[in-house]
Design a binder for this molecule. Sequence first.
Ligand code: FAD
Ligand code: NAI
Length: 328
Amino acid sequence: MSEAPIAIVGTGIAGLSAAHALHAAGQPVQLFDKSRGLGGRMTSKRSETGHLDLGTQYFTSRDRRFTETVRHWQTQGWVAEWSPNLYQAREGLLSPSADEQLRWVGVPRMSAIATGLLGDLPIKLSCRITDVFRGEENWTLVDAEGNNHGPFSQVIIATPAPQASTLLASAPKLAAVAASVAMEPTWSVALGFAKPLETKVEACFVQDDALDWLARHRSKPGRDDLQDVWVLHASSAWSRQHLDMSRESVIEHLHGAFAELIDCVVPAPEFTLAHRWLYARPSQSHEWTALADAHLGLYACGDWCLSGRVEGAWLSGQEAARRLLEQR
Ligand code: FAD
Ligand code: NAI
């Protein structure tokens, strides 16, 4: 393999985990993302009421290496523990549901982890990669505007599976594995109230028709919301059934479900926002950790290679980097 840089497509936690590991091993990397910001599903959206976590709400760590890494992030000031007043709701009944689970959030917003991991690494944002092809020795990437990027010695695809399958076309076996993964959507809604709602609830796991989760955003450490903002997530089933519903209707429906569930009066919100995550989570877990065609120098990672959680995505990125380094 030549010593040209390694291209990484996707700057969610998986791509950044791989980039960080490769950089630490002294390898040059170049990152690409189609979005204007980095972090993927772990990003935070800027809004008139502050930065909001509309995707990842928190994360847990069970793997020893990830636990050590999160502790390191804590010393860097990128993450803090979040211990909300936790509730659950079943069949419309709300009840306290405290537990001992350690839950982490990025501070002052979820995207702090991505920003910290990126450091000074080179990145091209707003750059959608549409084709990844190999010449005699090296790889070239083509973006949606028709520009070529390269040469690269190896390529890591760190996008959700449906987007990865086309980019993995040079390695049909890897492309087929990615194509076999179904991913479920999630509608996410933020509601802001000028006067704080009179409830003790700060987060709630919901088993309901429409809702799956709700959280009081300012209960997380370091948040500076101007209003009392609540983030609501619809269930996968509801999101799938209402994939093409207008944002206004989604907000109206989830606001209604929230008002019915929560134990206080819910006025009309002063601020609303809706975001549709088309590829929110894989419909099942896998045990691939990462995919590799070491001979070609093409790799794939992402939460869909393990569990559809932050920890799984991070571990997958580590494994892609490890397997790539074996070939350098
Ligand atoms: P992503 O974060 O999706 O990153 C992929 C990146 O690839 C994106 O930035 C995308 O823009 C980019 N990309 C895609 N195609 C291209 C292309 N062609 N060219 C260039 N760039 C491209 N996990 C938890 O552990 N706890 C939670 O509480 C939790 N809540 C969640 C709530 C929601 C609503 C959602 C959507 C997810 C949640 N998750 C949660 C899951 C968690 O966010 C993901 O498991 C994790 O962030 C996935 O990281 P990733 O790097 O694999 O993918
Ligand atoms: P976790 O251990 O806190 O939660 C796992 C699951 O256990 C929860 O979904 C919930 O059903 C249940 N649970 C945990 N604590 C509970 C309590 N005190 N009371 C009642 N039920 C409780 O976190 P883990 O395993 O790291 O999971 C990550 C979270 O991310 C999950 O809640 C998952 O649903 C969510 N997620 C959401 C996605 C989306 O698109 N909406 C995508 C991926 C993950």
